[in-house]
Design a protein around this ligand. Structure first.
Ligand code: A3P
Length: 330
């Protein structure tokens, strides 16, 4: 594992990551532009930096567990005239995840297990995106923060539509904990996980370095900034907002149909979006030993049942420190 330490606390976090968050497909972590990333990102970062951005692709950007899948399904449906038949294809095909190969580095495991075949959109995600691009405009998913996006986006040479979604960090942390155990092989406890979250030592963290650069750009004409909590509160209103932003306005009937399609209950049982395929693959090959599901609770305020008052207090202080004077989260 590559360990880059500046102080003893960093060294402790690196130890936790190595002990509890490495696996046959996760070989360690690096820091790129201040962002914690799985080691495999090293091989992808220059290709992404020099990515040939297309104006007519839609980028769905987010920190993990903030409502990305929900937003992707909404955007794909709006861009594809509510094509429920086409929508039965896996979301990973329809709305590819640019850097996902960095998270699941199965190369060694594949050599030793010849019958193991991860889905192509995970196996070599950059190639997959290039291949899908030949077919037309894409609804592209990325968890990369602003600083790691393609140069053409950062310097405004290209300005595709970007939809950023965020969520309050306490619920995000609970959801990320579940996800890291279920999908990415985290074996440690929740307390250590919260410390890693606050210290910015999880993939794509620090959280605020992720959210704030998009928040600062929220009034740019090509950027739409969404909040998970507002989607839960009034989904039809957000659907209308997104459809108008995408210049694909919907009728009232279409908004109603799409709201029902995007309800938590409907998405939980929709195999095209609930990631059960990846969960089953990891279980089948004994790579992950953990119960649960990707579509977990879909609630606001779920942290209250799981976080101790001390941890809540730490999160609140940390949030205040980073968002003082901003109308971002309550
Ligand atoms: P929970 O783990 O809190 O349930 P992402 O797609 O960014 O990984 O985010 C996943 C989170 O969004 C999960 O949160 C998941 O349940 C929630 N989610 C997905 N679809 C949803 C929906 N239709 N309504 C509410 N929450 C949804």
């Amino acid at each position: 594992m590559v360990i880059i330490n500046n102080n003893s606390e960093d060294a402790e976090f690196d130890e936790i990551l190595e002990r509890d968050f490495t696996s046959v497909f996760r070989h360690g972590y690096i820091t790129v532009e201040g962002v914690t990333m799985p080691k495999r990102f090293e091989d992808l970062k220059n290709n992404i930096r020099n990515w040939n951005v297309r104006e007519d692709d839609v980028w769905i950007c987010s920190f993990p567990k903030t409502g990305t899948t929900w937003t992707q399904e909404m955007v794909w449906m709006i861009m594809n005239n509510l094509d429920v038949v086409g929508g039965q294809a896996n979301l990973g095909h329809r709305s590819p995840f640019l850097e996902v190969s960095a998270l699941f580095d199965y190369r060694e495991f594949k050599k030793e297990n010849k019958d193991f075949q991860p889905p192509p959109f995970i196996d070599d995600s950059l190639e997959f995106v290039k291949h899908q691009s030949l077919k037309g405009p894409l609804c592209l998913k990325t968890h990369l923060p602003w600083a790691l996006l393609p140069k053409e986006i950062q310097d405004n040479t290209k300005s595709p539509k970007i939809i950023y979604v965020t969520r309050n960090p306490k619920d995000t942390c609970i959801s990320y904990f579940n996800h890291s155990r279920l999908m990415e092989g985290y074996r440690g406890n929740f307390e250590d996980y919260c410390r890693l979250f606050l210290a910015g030592k999880l993939p794509f963290a620090p959280f605020w370095n992720h959210v704030l650069p998009f928040w600062e750009r929220r009034n740019h004409p090509n950027i739409l900034f969404l909040k998970y909590e507002e989607m839960v509160k009034d989904l039809p209103a957000i659907i209308r907002k997104v459809a108008d932003f995408l210049e694909k306005p919907l009728s009232d009937d279409q908004v109603e149909v799409l709201s029902s399609h995007l309800s938590f209950e409907s998405m939980k049982k929709n195999p095209a979006v609930n990631y059960e395929m990846v969960v089953s693959l990891n279980r089948k090959y004994n790579l992950i030993h953990c119960e649960g599901s990707f579509m977990r609770s879909g609630k606001v305020g779920d942290y209250k049942a799981k976080m101790s008052p001390e941890v809540i207090c730490k999160f609140d202080e940390w949030t205040k420190e980073h968002t003082e004077g901003l109308d971002l989260f309550d």
